[in-house]
Design a protein around this ligand. Structure first.
Ligand code: HEM
Ligand code: HEM
Length: 213
């Protein structure tokens, strides 16, 4: 079970980063990868169903509130992402006949970019259960990830004009001329940046929890 969870998690991260490079992959691959990712998201919910079952049990400390807030936002954006995909599909889902280009594009852009960032924060909140290494090695890994995020994440976030996209001032994919490798590095950097933000928030909340006890 644990092995299956890890395989699903790794595949989701890889696919999510490839999906963000739609200008390089083209529509056919993007839609195929998108459908596969949505299926993996659903499998991920089933594998973590304990979380939903236990929602009404136990105390709600700050960390648990953060988990609930991020997970419910992710769930909402996942539903919006699925609906919007039917509206803008030009290949594999177009047969359903739900085409609505303007609404679909608007919802797709908002849910895609917010989901990408929130998945990073969500993974960061679980960082300790994902990276199980000795304390010294963890420090080395953290320093490497923070440097990578600062160099490629911050630069990529600016270059991709993600804030302008979320304000719906840019409704089409950009950087078609760019090499796939450069796009991948940018999005890996942005993803790691949000993982480290999530990890930082987790550490802060743990510190507060300990002080309050
Ligand atoms: C790249 C995408 C994602 C990655 C890498 C990821 C990773 C993880 C990890 C590592 C865990 C902890 C599992 C454990 O400790 O056994 C987890 C739990 C969970 N994930 Fe995700 N996840 C992703 C996307 C999503 C999405 C899109 C949703 C919601 C629609 C979601 C909802 C949940 C829930 C409900 C849990 C259990 C509750 C919790 O501990 O927060 N995840 N995820
Ligand atoms: C989690 C899954 C998905 C993510 C993260 C994602 C992400 C993205 C992103 C970032 C864009 C570029 C938006 C922009 O900057 O203007 C895009 C465009 C698009 N996506 Fe997705 N997508 C996903 C799933 C899907 C699915 C399942 C379909 C259809 C079956 C789909 C169809 C499209 C189409 C048609 C475009 C527009 C391409 C163009 O204008 O040339 N996507 N998507």
């Amino acid at each position: 079970m644990k092995k299956l969870k890890v395989i699903v998690d790794v595949c989701m991260v890889i696919l999510l980063i490839v999906l963000m490079c739609v200008s390089q992959t083209g529509n056919f691959i993007h839609e195929l990868a998108g459908i596969l990712t949505i299926i993996l998201f659903v499998i991920h919910q089933i594998l973590n169903k304990k979380f939903y079952r236990n929602l009404q049990k136990g105390r709600f400390n700050k960390i648990r509130i953060a988990y609930v807030m991020i997970n419910s936002s992710l769930l909402i954006f996942m539903i919006i992402m699925i609906s919007s995909s039917f509206m803008i599909s030009q290949e594999h889902l177009s047969f359903v006949g739900l085409r609505n280009d303007f609404l679909g594009r608007t919802l797709h852009i908002i849910s895609a970019y917010l989901m990408f960032m929130l998945c990073g924060i969500h993974l960061g909140l679980h960082y300790n259960s994902v990276i199980k290494v000795k304390k010294e090695n963890r420090i080395v890994i953290n320093i490497f990830l923070i440097i990578f995020a600062c160099i490629f994440g911050v630069r990529g976030f600016m270059k991709r004009e993600i804030i302008t996209k979320l304000q719906l001032q840019l409704m089409y994919p950009l950087h078609f001329e760019e090499n796939m490798l450069i796009s991948l590095i940018d999005y890996i950097g942005i993803f790691i940046m949000f993982v480290m933000i999530g990890y930082g928030v987790y550490q802060l909340l743990m510190l507060k929890n300990r002080k309050e006890r």
